[in-house]
Design a protein around this ligand. Structure first.
Ligand code: NAP
Length: 277
């Protein structure tokens, strides 16, 4: 289907999902890409939430293939952006990586998720910690002025294997600071902390796993913070990425006296695994 010219592609029909049009696609590496789709006027979400998106089944009558994706756009955006891994034999991403502008995809009618500011107690510093495509919800939260209204400092930590995997680096190193609406807030409050784990870092990029950076206190020293651990009275943390990272960092946070929160009961930290497929 994806080899046909756009005009010749059959349009998708669905009684259960929104059918949206792809607006643009950006390939970062052979394993990472981003894309945006139209936003139906009825679709409301909070920055940091996720939604099921996907494609119809490949054979007549088969079920659609849907996966959870964090919306990378802030809640007020006109279009919905997503950041995805490409899995060669993944049932969805092996096909999704071939989409081009003008194609259609399916999206659930309602979003959900715990990586929202409302699930955190008030605090002074907000740490948004992600591995790989677990950066996606921070693209939403860090582009939402609400984060800067609620916190004195917003720190985006992105851990990847190699420098080439640092997608959106220019957004965090330049574009957000130059932004017409958010630039001043970003300059005053936003810090980007990229770290690579499988090659030597160039200037401006840190080295090592987030777990090691927390345990050694290097994260706090690098950020110029007093102390070498999180402060349950002031620090709020969101985690997204690999299961192993989330499990290990959540254990570290609990060891430092922080309590997991939820939509029903706000806490000191919240977590969600990054979604692949
Ligand atoms: P990933 O393997 O989860 O790594 C992302 C970052 O998370 C890395 O910096 C990694 O550090 C770190 N990390 C992983 N577990 C951690 C833990 N328990 N505590 C702290 N940090 C942790 O994600 P990815 O690189 O996006 O890869 C996702 C999938 O793609 C994986 O299943 C991988 O096997 C596959 N992959 C394929 C290729 C390919 O060429 N085909 C290349 C890369 C990845 P470490 O580097 O120290 O693990």
């Amino acid at each position: 289907m994806t080899d046909l010219p756009v005009a010749a592609r059959p349009s998708i029909q669905s009684a259960t999902h929104n059918v949206e049009t792809v607006l643009w696609v950006k390939h970062w590496t052979d394993r990472l890409f981003s894309f945006a789709i139209t936003r139906p006027p009825s679709f409301r979400f909070r920055s940091g939430e996720f939604v099921m998106i996907g494609l119809p089944g490949e054979t007549e009558g088969s079920k659609p293939i849907l996966r959870a994706y964090s919306v990378a756009s802030p809640h007020f955006a006109d279009e919905l952006e997503f950041f995805s891994i490409k899995v060669e034999d993944g049932p969805l991403t092996s096909r999704l990586q071939k989409i081009v502008a003008g194609d259609q995809i399916l999206m659930a009618r309602k979003p959900t998720g715990t990586l929202v500011l409302d699930a955190l107690k008030p605090g002074r510093r907000l740490f948004l910690i992600g591995t790989g495509t677990g950066l996606a919800p921070w693209l939403s939260v860090a582009r939402d002025p609400d984060a800067y209204d609620r916190f004195e400092r917003v720190i985006v930590v992105h851990s990847v294997r190699e420098v080439k995997d640092l997608a959106y680096r220019e957004l965090f190193e330049r574009d957000l600071y130059d932004d017409e609406f958010m630039g001043e807030e970003a300059k005053a409050k936003l810090t980007y902390y990229p770290t690579v784990t499988r090659e030597a870092p160039p200037p401006g990029v840190h080295a090592g796993r987030i777990t090691d950076l927390i345990q050694s206190g290097a994260l706090f020293r690098d950020l110029g913070l007093a102390g070498d651990r999180f402060d349950p009275a002031e620090d709020r943390i969101m985690l997204c990425g690999s299961m192993a990272m989330i499990k290990d960092v959540a254990a570290l946070l609990e060891g430092q006296g922080l309590v997991e929160g939820s939509n029903h009961e706000p806490g000191d930290f919240v977590l969600e695994r990054a979604f692949v497929g």
